[in-house]
Every structure is written in C-alpha cells, then in structure tokens.
Design a protein around this ligand. Sequence first.
Ligand code: DC
Length: 221
Amino acid sequence: MKKINIAIDGPSGVGKSTIAKIVADKLDLVFINTGLMYRAIGFYCLENNIDLNNESEIMNKISQIKIELLPNNIVKLNNLDVSSRLLVDNISIAASKVAKLKSVREFCVKKQQEIAKLKPGVIMEGRDIGSVVLKDAELKIFLTASNEVRVKRRVKQLLEKGEKIDEKEVLKNIVDRDRRDSERKNTPLIKVEDAIEIDTSNLTLEQVIDKIITLAKEKMN
Ligand code: DC
C-alpha cells in the first residue's frame, strides 16, 4: 500500500489527537500533534516572563532555543521533554495567544513541513494542516462536535484527572479559544474545500476511526 499524508483539523476538544494517534498506529503512519509546538512556545514565554503579545521578543528568544516536535505527542525544549506539562488551561490560553502571531506561525509551519518531508506517511493534526502545512495531503479531514458534547468530553477528562470542575468555566474556555483560533488574521481555522467534514457529536470514537481508515484506504490503494 502507498504511503499517504493525512491532515486533521478542527476546533479544540473534538478528539483530534486521540483519533489521529489510533489511526496512525493502525495505518503505520507517523503521528504529529502540531498544537504541542504552540503550547511549548506559550509555556516557554510564561516560564521566562515574556509578554505573549510581544512578537519580536518571542521570535528573538525562540530562535535561540532548540524546539523539537517529535512523533506521538512529544515536544522537547533544549533537549528536555516538556510534553506532560503542557495540557493545562493556562498553557492552552498562552498557546492560542502566541498562535495568533504571524512570525510564530511561520516558524512552526516551516518546522512541521520539514518533518513531513523527512518522514513520508504522516498524520498531522492542528488548525492549519489542510490549508497550509500539508496543502497536498492525500486526505484532509475536518472534525467537528457541538459545544455541548465538547464540554461533556472535557469535563470527563478533568474528572478522570481528579480536578475541580466548573462547567460554565469549561464552556467559556472552549468558546474563547474557538474565537481566537477562528477569528485570527493569520491562517485561522477553516475547513478547506477538499476536506471531508465529520461531525463527531453522535459518533463513538471507534466509528470516527473506522470512517477515517476507510477513507484513507481508498487513497492508499
Ligand atoms: O490543538 P491544541 O489545543 O493543543 O492547540 C493549542 C493551540 O495552538 C490552539 O489554540 C490552536 C493553536 N494551533 C494552531 O493555531 N495551529 C495548529 N496547527 C495547531 C494548534
């Protein structure tokens, strides 16, 4: 079977990384979570008291450090694996702020395209994969889910981690991030014409995975 590239885009909380990881394992593709790069930059800015709106300072600092985006949800800053520290709300907010900045986006896109060149057969997930990073991907998927369903999933995740929950706060976070990701000037989240939309609101994880695998196999043969 032919190796193909798959782009998966969609708003936060639709299950992109869970789905992409399983599809990657089943189809022997390399899974890259591009949001981790924006998260790592947001994390670095918070740790070093860098203003999240100061584009030139951010670029100046990040060009001096080593940022490695690796398969399977791993990102390293100066050889240190910081991945497990990035999935918290203040980093989500910082990531969506730095992701608005044009030069930060160009920096990340360049690295992500280099990864795809080195490793043909990738499944990348993010917001601009089908529209910018992997414009030529053989398969483009746009995942959606209602706000209600996304809140429910997030609440379940937080409960599993034993964290305190305020459903209204969870909804506000999701809506605010959607707005920042979809309304930003630089390459906002959009569904490109050749992407196939899958609304996951009423589907199980297995059903979504089966759909994507069926679509991918059509392209691989
Ligand atoms: O997918 P995520 O929630 O980990 O992404 C973190 C932030 O980075 C989110 O606000 C959207 C942004 N992002 C982006 O703008 N482009 C990408 N390709 C991936 C993520």
